[in-house]
Design a binder for this molecule. Structure first.
Ligand SMILES: [Zn+2]
Length: 276
């Protein structure tokens, strides 16, 4: 099964214009003159969290003490004017892909708690490229707007490297070894709340991020791992699917990586869901 990466960016009437506040300034044929409010974490996901009563858990913000965790209301979640209308709208398909995945993860509890439902074949197919790019957009947004704090301080006057923009806009894939990693859960995911948690990785410059969706941890690595990174210990690189299991029941999320560098054994990741 293949789900191609989303192709985006409409032509602009002013192809040479670079908006000084747009983080993709001038990329791929120029900016529009209007800026739009950008949600680092998709507005549609924040609305799901808000409806279910979950939270957005943040660490490593400039206004927090080291190690402090804060749950903020999704209604007050971080927004900034850091993208022009053309680039913001061009990236909006990534929000739809991430919403599909998030809704599936947030639905798992209700599905497993409803023993009469046995639709084991109701699988979801998502583009791995789109999920990686959505994480990258969140990371760039947090860094550009001053909402990311790294161990060696906040990256000031930081601009997204051209290579990151190439990946973000779907012109190239992240280099071999980079991209999404999934960390097998240490705890029973049935206990997890419907939350999003994220933090930038790196120092002094950002090199990736870690993000939890409903208690499941994903890492976006924008560095080529050496195999010694503690945060990647036991992690699965670009898995082909997630199989959520509770007894004999299954829910599967297939992840498509057409044209990408994927590990030879990027097989399924099995996540046990236990009632306790
Ligand atoms: Zn722009």
């Amino acid at each position: 099964m293949r789900q191609p990466r989303t192709i985006i960016l409409e032509p602009t009437a002013t192809p040479s214009f670079s908006h000084p506040t747009c983080f993709a300034r001038g990329y791929g044929g120029g900016c529009s003159e209007e800026l739009e409010k950008e949600h680092f974490i998709s507005k549609s996901i924040l609305e799901v969290i808000d409806r279910i009563g979950g939270g957005l858990r943040v660490t490593g913000m400039p206004w927090q003490a080291p190690g402090q965790q804060t749950v903020v209301s999704p209604r007050r979640a971080f927004t900034a004017h850091i993208l022009c209308k053309r680039h913001n709208r061009g990236l909006s398909p990534l929000d739809k892909s991430a919403l599909q995945l998030f809704e599936r993860l947030s639905d798992l509890r209700a599905w497993f708690d409803e023993p009469r439902v046995h639709d084991n074949h109701h699988a979801l197919l998502v583009s791995g490229h789109d999920i990686e790019r959505w994480m990258l957009k969140a990371l760039i947004g947090a860094c550009v707007s001053g909402n990311a704090q790294l161990p060696e301080g906040h990256p000031s006057d930081w601009m997204a490297p051209d290579q990151w923009l190439e990946v973000l806009f779907g012109r190239s894939s992240a280099p071999r070894g980079c991209g999404m990693y999934f960390l097998p859960p240490q705890e029973n995911p049935a206990r997890s709340k419907v939350e999003v948690e994220f933090a930038a990785l790196g120092g002094p410059q950002p090199v990736g991020m870690k993000m939890s969706l409903c208690g499941l941890w994903f890492i976006l690595a924008l560095f080529v791992p050496t195999g010694t990174e503690p945060e990647l210990r036991g992690a699965h690189h670009r898995p082909a699917s997630f199989v959520f299991k509770e007894g004999r029941r299954r829910r599967v999320v297939w992840v498509s990586w057409p044209g990408a560098s994927v590990p030879a054994l990027n097989d399924s990741v099995h996540v046990e869901w236990r009632r306790d």
